[in-house]
Design a binder for this molecule. Structure first.
Ligand SMILES: Cc1cc2nc3c(=O)[nH]c(=O)nc-3n(C[C@H](O)[C@H](O)[C@H](O)COP(=O)(O)OP(=O)(O)OC[C@H]3O[C@@H](n4cnc5c(N)ncnc54)[C@H](O)[C@@H]3O)c2cc1C
Length: 407
């Protein structure tokens, strides 16, 4: 490690949140060093659906998502990432679900939501989809393959003038530097200093900033996922969301009919609500389908995955397609979750931001969140911004005492 290097900005964490901030900093002409503890990113950002689920969000999430989709398209072209502009198809298999879609469409500008009948929807996705009543196509939504996109983004950042990405570099402390103005970052490979630091470590905020994590009651949300062989008709086209997704994404969940959807599922298949299932699918470049997901909030993630959850997922996936599905891979993902805020942006020191997407939509929103965070990390340092900022209605600002030291 070059211990004399003093970039304008150090970003800790090479998941989508850290990389989005690094890309935004480069756009603003700053020099950036990204530090990642693993040999390559293996966190939530490579384990997800790669679904840029913009339209179904609400509030701040929707604002960030609409900015982020533009940046995905732009950066995708620059970094050689295959960003598919295929949209999302939200499927209604019950009358209450069809009502959700109509109510949702009525809240959105023309062009964001296209209501379809069952035949039009089947044509768009080339799947038989038995029992389909209606659907909504959300054309703004995007799809990337996260296993390709995240390394490609890191490589693109590393190749830019003034940028560096260091893997195998575990950050163990973030403290004020001796000059009092800049920030010292200690790692397992030595110390660096920078004018500013963005700490973007996903669900591991509590490792260096336990008080912060406690303030927002940060949990580790564990998801079980399946990859299944391509169905008979191979091309899925858009991502598929279902009635369960209508309970999860703000824009859909805010419709009056969403309550009826929940009550019906509670009566008919309560086990799906018990495991917080969001039945949805995306397609990988070689054709296989990513099928998920179930959610459980924990302080520390259990090492033991429950096969019953995988069976439930497969059962629901097979019912959706009307045919047996063959599992090729199983995995789990973990993301940061807080019931208090959708986005954590905290300032334990005027020159430091601790940033985490605490609502499970980091692929969708990070490129929109990053400009907002960097706007607040202005030159010269604005010391009035020392504290906990809530990028969500309903939170309360509270100061954070000290910078983190020790692993
Ligand atoms: C199964 C699953 C499906 C999902 N599907 C979607 C989806 O389709 N669309 C969507 O928008 N969102 C989705 N999400 C959410 C999304 O993946 C997350 O919001 C996002 O990836 C979080 O990004 P991150 O950079 O904060 O975390 P991560 O990707 O976990 O990255 C954090 C990085 O920080 C590094 N790190 C941690 N501590 C240190 C340290 N001390 N020093 C150096 N490095 C450190 C870690 O090694 C890691 O690489 C999904 C999540 C999961 C788990």
């Amino acid at each position: 490690m070059n211990s004399t290097s003093t970039p304008d900005l150090i970003v800790v964490g090479a998941g989508i949140v850290g990389l989005a901030h690094a890309a935004e900093a480069l756009r603003r002409g700053l020099t950036v060093t990204v530090l990642e503890r693993d040999h390559r990113a293996v966190g939530a950002s490579v384990r997800n659906f790669g679904h840029v689920c913009a339209t179904a969000q609400s509030g701040r999430g929707l604002e960030y998502a609409l900015t982020a989709r533009e940046r995905w398209i732009e950066l995708g072209a620059a970094a050689g990432i295959d960003v598919r502009q295929v949209g999302t198809l939200v499927l209604a298999r019950h009358e209450d679900e069809a009502r959700v879609l109509r109510e949702f469409a009525a809240t959105r500008p023309a062009g964001q939501v296209r209501l379809l009948d069952a035949e039009e929807a089947r044509e768009l996705t080339a799947q038989p989809l038995p029992g389909l009543l209606a659907a909504a196509h959300l054309p703004l939504d995007l799809r990337v393959d996260p296993r390709e996109a995240i390394p490609a983004l890191a490589a693109w950042i590393a190749a830019q003038p003034g940028a560096e990405v260091r893997f195998d570099t575990h950050v163990t402390a973030v403290t004020p530097a001796a000059d009092g103005a800049s920030v010292a970052v200690s790692t397992n490979r030595g110390e660096l200093t920078a004018a500013r630091v963005i700490h973007a470590v996903g669900h591991d905020v509590d490792r260096l900033f336990p008080a912060l994590a406690e303030q927002i009651e940060l949990k580790r949300c564990r998801l079980q996922m399946l990859e299944v062989a391509p169905p008979r008709k191979a091309d899925l086209g858009p991502a598929l969301l279902t009635g369960l997704s209508m309970l999860r994404y703000g824009g859909l969940a805010a419709t009056p009919a969403a309550r009826d959807v929940r009550e019906r599922i509670q009566r008919s298949t309560p086990e799906l609500l018990d495991v917080q299932m969001n039945l949805m699918l995306t397609q990988r470049p070689e054709g296989s389908l990513v099928l998920g997901d179930t959610h459980v909030d924990e302080d520390s993630t259990s090492p033991f995955d429950d096969e019953r959850l995988a069976e439930l997922l497969l059962r629901e996936g097979e019912e959706l397609f009307g045919e047996p599905l063959t599992v090729r891979r199983r995995w789990r993902g973990v993301y940061a979750h807080s019931a208090a805020t959708d986005f954590l942006v905290a300032s334990p020191h005027p020159a430091v931001r601790v940033v985490s997407v605490t609502s499970g939509i980091g692929m969708t929103t990070s490129f929109g969140l990053a400009p907002d965070v960097l706007d607040g990390l202005v030159w010269p340092v604005d010391s009035s911004r020392h504290g906990l900022e809530w990028a969500h209605d309903g939170g309360q600002a509270a100061p954070v005492a000290a910078l983190a030291s020790g692993a």
